[in-house]
Design a binder for this molecule. Structure first.
Ligand SMILES: [Zn+2]
Length: 314
C-alpha cells in the first residue's frame, strides 16, 4: 500500500469519527434479553450511534433485530447480552461440544488451503495464534504445513480435546501467554462477531503480533444480498445473543482500519459450493463456478487477511 492511499484511508476514518461526534439522533433502546435491563450505551466503536433501525429476522433460535451505525455503517443486534451471560454461555456445554473424529476432519478441511494462501503474503511458516480455536481444526491444518501453533479456547471441554489433538499449547485465556510472546499470524475464525468490544479486543491482539504481522478474520457475511433478502431468517448466521455484530466487506475493513490494519485481501466463500472433490462433482461444479464469476453472488462467509501497518487511532 502506498503512503498516499494510507493517508486517504486515515483521513476517511478520522472524518467518520468527527462526523459521528456531531450526530444527535434519538438513541435506539438496547435491552438485554436475559435480564430485560436497558443498556444505556448505544454508541458505536467508531464514535457514532446506533440510530438506524434495520430489518428483523425470525431465525430458528429467535428474532434478531438489526440496528446500524449512522456513521461507519456497521450493523449490530439491537439486543446485547452482558459479559457475564456470554461467559456462562461459552463455558457451558450448550454451545460448544467436542467433535467426533469425522466432524473434526470435515472442519479441518475448511482450513487446509489457508497456510498456502498466507505464503502469498510473506509467511510460509511461523507462529500462529488461533483465538477461539475450538477443537483445533485450523491449528491441525497449520501444523501439517509446518507452523508452530498456540490456541486459546474458553470452553474447557473443547480445549481439552484440542490439547490432545494439537502439538502446540492450548490455553483458556489470552492472559496465560504473558506479555513477551509474538506471532506472525493471529487467526479469528468466527470469533469477532461474538465480541462485545471488538476494538478493545483487536488492540489486545495487536500486542501479540510481530511488526507487519497478519490477522486472518472469518465472520458470517451480512453483506450477501442473497442471504439478507433470499434466505432471510433461514440463514444460519442469524443467532440471537451469540452474534452481536453483522459485518459486511466494508464494515469489517473499517473496523480493522481503526486498529491500524490495511486490507491485504478480502473475499467470500462461493455462494454455491460442493464439499466433495470427486471428478463428477468437479464437472458438475464448473458451470456453477462460471456463473458465480458472472453474477456477484456472495456466499455466507467473509474471509479477510489484514496486515498491521501502524499504531491504532486514538
Ligand atoms: Zn460506527
Amino acid at each position: 500500500m502506498t503512503a498516499r492511499t494510507d493517508e486517504r484511508r486515515t483521513t476517511r476514518v478520522r472524518r467518520c469519527q468527527r462526523v459521528a461526534s456531531g450526530i444527535r439522533h434519538p438513541p435506539a433502546t438496547i435491552i438485554c434479553p436475559m435480564t430485560s435491563a436497558s443498556q444505556p450505551d448505544t454508541s458505536c466503536y467508531c464514535g457514532g450511534r446506533f440510530s438506524r433501525i434495520g430489518p428483523s429476522f425470525r431465525s430458528q433460535w429467535g428474532i434478531v433485530r438489526i440496528v446500524s451505525c449512522t456513521c461507519c455503517g456497521v450493523s449490530r443486534a439491537s439486543d446485547v447480552p452482558t459479559v457475564e451471560v456470554l461467559h456462562q454461555l461459552y463455558a457451558g456445554a450448550s454451545v460448544y461440544r467436542p467433535p467426533t473424529s469425522g466432524a473434526f476432519a470435515e472442519q479441518k478441511k475448511r482450513f487446509s488451503s489457508m497456510p498456502d494462501e498466507l505464503a502469498r503474503f510473506g509467511f510460509r511458516t511461523g507462529r500462529v495464534l488461533d483465538v477461539g480455536c475450538n477443537a483445533g481444526y485450523a491449528l491441525s491444518a497449520f501444523e501439517d504445513a509446518g507452523w508452530q501453533t498456540t490456541g486459546i479456547e474458553a470452553n474447557l471441554a473443547v480445549a481439552s480435546t484440542a490439547a490432545t489433538l494439537i502439538e502446540g499449547e492450548i490455553h483458556h485465556d489470552l492472559s496465560a501467554l504473558g506479555t513477551d510472546r509474538r506471532f506472525e499470524v493471529v487467526l479469528l475464525s468466527h470469533v469477532l462477531e461474538h465480541i462485545l468490544e471488538p476494538r478493545d479486543f483487536l488492540r489486545k491482539l495487536v500486542s501479540y503480533l510481530v511488526p507487519r504481522g497478519l490477522i486472518v478474520v472469518l465472520v458470517p457475511n451480512y453483506g450477501s444480498l442473497v442471504i439478507r433478502y433470499g434466505l432471510g431468517g433461514r440463514w444460519s448466521g442469524f443467532i440471537p445473543v451469540q452474534h452481536i455484530w453483522y459485518f459486511t466487506n466494508n464494515t469489517l475493513k473499517k473496523l480493522l482500519g481503526f486498529e491500524g490494519f490495511s486490507t491485504s485481501w478480502i473475499g467470500t466463500t462461493e455462494f454455491l459450493s460442493f464439499q466433495s472433490s470427486s471428478v463428477i462433482k468437479s464437472v458438475l461444479k464448473s458451470p456453477v463456478v462460471i456463473a458465480q464469476h458472472l453474477l456477484p453472488l456472495q456466499g455466507g462467509e467473509l474471509r479477510g487477511i489484514f496486515r498491521l501497518e501502524r499504531k491504532p487511532l486514538p
